[in-house]
Write a protein that binds this ligand. Structure first.
Ligand SMILES: [Zn+2]
Length: 244
């Protein structure tokens, strides 16, 4: 019933913009690093995930990132990613704004993806500025604990937003523009706790749009959503596609 209601809401309230967080990728086997049992509970983000840590000791940071990058590139899109790509293809979704760095929306077929926390697609050399594709980074990692720049030897930094770094300004600006004009902002798999992304629902609501949430667990916006489904994105979203 809830999926049918959500389908009706998406049909009635165009344009619809989707905001996704870690919860959309957990069914692809990618853990939510911020969950109480997640990696950031085991690894201190300041020691392994901050830009200061990277500048101080890039080898130590790569000891954490190397298995993670391998895991992310081996993961496959799940039915939630596929359903969102299908909704876009059928004209029901204008864009997907994502906090995820795993490229799974793109690999599922989504065309308009705004990556507000960057992605593993590329890595940049802090020494000479050269940029490398993830395939090249993986090839470099096959023979080393950390990828050294083939041009100058400096340790490459993945183009994901580290703690202590600013979010990419163009992506954030685009995300706020999309949220502003959305008549429906559909939040999937995000607890809406990390700013500035957590401010996107406020932008939609202030502009007269509505908010729908599909998430396991509570969010600070639950009371202001017209529809809220506490369930699995991989089950709910394919049901929405089937209902449209
Ligand atoms: Zn270089």
């Amino acid at each position: 019933m809830s999926a049918v209601e959500l389908a009706a809401l998406i049909r009635d309230r165009q344009p619809c913009v989707v905001l996704t967080g870690a919860g959309v990728s957990t069914e692809s086997g990618i853990p939510d690093f911020r969950s109480p049992s997640g990696l950031w509970a085991t690894f201190d983000p300041l020691e392994y995930g901050s830009i200061e840590a990277f500048h101080a000791d890039p080898l130590k940071v790569w000891s954490f990132y190397k298995p993670r990058v391998a895991m992310l590139t081996e993961a496959e899109p799940n039915p939630a990613h596929v359903a969102l790509a299908e909704l876009e293809r059928r004209g029901f979704v204008e864009a997907v704004v994502t906090q995820n760095i795993d490229l799974l929306h793109e690999r599922a077929g989504s065309k308009e993806v705004v990556e507000v926390h960057g992605s593993i697609r590329t890595a940049t050399c802090p020494g000479c500025g050269a940029r490398y594709q993830v395939e090249q980074v993986l090839a470099l990692l096959a023979n080393a604990d950390a990828p050294g720049c083939p041009a100058c030897g400096a340790i490459l930094k993945p183009d994901v937003v580290f703690f202590g770094e600013l979010l990419p300004p163009e992506a954030i600006e685009r995300a706020y523009q999309l949220a502003h004009r959305a008549r429906l902002l559909l939040v999937v798999g995000s607890a809406l706790e990390v700013y500035p992304v957590a401010g996107l629902p406020e932008e939609t609501l202030a502009a007269g749009g509505a908010l729908a949430i599909v998430n396991r667990g509570r969010t600070p916006y639950d009371g202001r959503a017209v529809l809220r489904i506490d369930g699995s994105a991989g089950e709910v979203l394919p049901a929405v596609v089937a209902a449209l």
